[in-house]
Design a protein around this ligand. Structure first.
Ligand SMILES: *Cc1c(COP(=O)(O)O)cnc(C)c1O
Length: 429
């Protein structure tokens, strides 16, 4: 006999802040904590990573994207599923959510009874389809194969019910994910999902009789710096739709919209939305509902992490978070993030800057972030460093490896460390 136990890999952001650390380092109760990063650090003197969420920045990014995009905006939940982030996006007007797992579906539904949830993973467990459809009111499912179409039809078929009784199968939305040629995005997403042209044509024809809403989707890859990549993908979608010869209601142009990093100034948001709108018009798809699934663009600027320096060896800083924590993209992918030093109570002007690299806290040599990160040359053990643009694929990728899974989380009023062209910022408080 044995027990089967289930435990999420990491849920530290859902736990209350470490009470011991707060007690040891701060006199005040959490309710009295300041809402500015510098003041927070001065009071908490945190020895664990401190995640600083910026709800006003998140809401403003959501408003900017909604204003610029000529269609429905679905937030890609995997990018950052933190409830405070979802609440801020909701405040910014986001009502549609692109979920890719049952856990994401349940989370969004538990928070927002009125949310429109779209299940956008092309390969799903049968039970997940059935629960999403029957219990959480999910009507739209993405697919890229005949096998997945058969699964969806079986699990949402005539016998399927929700809490109110039988659900008409005609309510289904079926979205066919297209494969794209390898593109220019920093993260290519073409290798895993998507139907090639002939298969996509066959799937559109096969799905049509079973769908109230039929759609085509694609993803150009994440942090895509080239507006023309969307135009090329729209052209491909148009030719697949024409070849299929069936009515298609939805064109979902996916995610991938870029944000600024210290060495990257992307084209403004309007360059992307205008390229998409122009391609839609040029290919005669103006009658279709247009959807987008931004992740990174909505949330990157909305969170930072404050690290503490635990040792300095030359130009190498040993810090308390790393590639197994929220800084995964600073490791092998080599992203540079904006940084600034925080040294509470110091009246001296900071020294001239020099480039540093970081080692994270785990014992793995690969827990290395080459940067370079520009910080005052006299940065030393005990200093804090705020790392910005970490709202996207930061906290969401944390692990518990080596026991470094504790973190604190606070909501702050600071502006982001970097602005991305085209995204409104909240009025400074
Ligand atoms: C990850 C993902 C997104 C979000 O991508 P970003 O590059 O963060 O905008 C959108 N849609 C799908 C299907 C995804 O897998």
């Amino acid at each position: 006999m044995t027990d089967l136990r289930f435990r999420g890999a990491v849920t530290p952001l859902r736990r209350p802040a470490d009470a011991g650390t707060l007690r040891r380092n701060a006199a005040a109760a959490p309710a009295a904590l300041p809402s500015r990063v510098d003041a927070l650090v001065a009071q908490l003197r945190p020895e664990q990573p401190l995640h600083c969420l910026r709800p006003a920045t998140l809401a403003a990014a959501a408003r900017s994207f909604r204003a610029a995009f000529p269609g429905q905006v679905l937030y890609a939940v995997k990018c950052n599923p933190e409830p405070a982030v979802l609440r801020a996006l909701w405040a910014g007007g986001i009502r549609h959510f692109d979920c890719a797992s049952l856990a994401e579906v349940r989370l969004v539904r538990s928070m927002f009874a009125d949310a429109q949830i779209h299940y956008m993973h092309p390969v799903k467990a049968r039970g997940a389809i059935a629960e999403a459809w029957g219990r959480h009111g999910v009507r739209d499912f993405v697919l890229d194969s005949a096998e997945e179409l058969a699964k969806i039809l079986a699990e949402t078929g005539a016998g399927a019910r929700d809490g109110l009784g039988p659900v008409a199968p005609e309510a289904r939305g079926l979205i066919i994910r297209l494969a794209l040629p390898k593109g220019s995005a920093v993260y290519d997403l073409s290798g895993k999902f998507g139907a090639e042209r002939a298969e996509a044509v066959a799937l559109l024809r096969a799905a049509r009789p079973h769908a109230a809403t039929l759609g085509v989707s694609f993803h150009v890859g994440s942090q895509c710096l080239e507006p023309a990549a969307y135009a090329r993908a729209v052209a491909l979608a148009a030719s697949v739709i024409a070849e299929a010869g069936v009515a298609v209601e939805v064109l979902d142009v996916g995610g991938g919209y870029p944000v600024a990093y210290p060495d990257v100034v992307p084209p403004p948001l309007s360059a992307f939305t205008q390229a998409i709108a122009a391609a839609v018009a040029a290919h005669g798809l103006g009658h279709m509902q247009l959807w987008a699934e931004p992740g990174r663009a909505l949330v990157a600027g909305g969170a930072s992490v404050v690290l503490q320096v635990q040792a300095r060896r030359g130009g190498m800083l040993f810090v308390n978070d790393g590639v197994y924590g929220a800084l995964s993209d600073a490791g092998a992918p080599g992203f540079r993030f904006p940084v600034r030093r925080i040294r509470p109570g110091s009246a001296e002007p900071p020294a001239a800057e020099q480039p540093f690299a970081f080692f994270g806290p785990t014992c793995d040599t690969a827990d290395h972030m080459k940067g370079p990160f520009l910080l005052p040359a006299d940065t030393e053990e005990g200093d804090w460093i705020e790392v910005g643009q970490l709202g996207a694929y930061g906290a969401a990728l944390r692990t518990a490896f080596n026991g470094f899974d504790q973190a604190m989380i606070a909501e702050v009023e600071d502006l982001p460390l970097l602005a991305t062209p085209g995204y409104e910022l909240p009025v400074a408080a």
